[in-house]
Design a protein around this ligand. Sequence first.
Ligand SMILES: [Cu+2]
Length: 68
Amino acid sequence: MSQQTVYTVTGMSCGHCAASVTEEITALGGVSSVEVDLSTGAVTVTSAGELDRGAVADAVTEAGYRLT
Ligand SMILES: [Cu+2]
């Protein structure tokens, strides 16, 4: 069963930022889609099961941004 979680990421300003965050989060196991809203920083992640928030935070940090 897939589930959606909305995270807020600060520091993204353009499509490249969104692409980096999307790439890093997509690399986490079980993630089927990532949608980024640049105007709000909302990142909607669809995954097969519950994601570990710490792992998502690490992925966002890896991309160069911060999970709030
Ligand atoms: Cu950017």
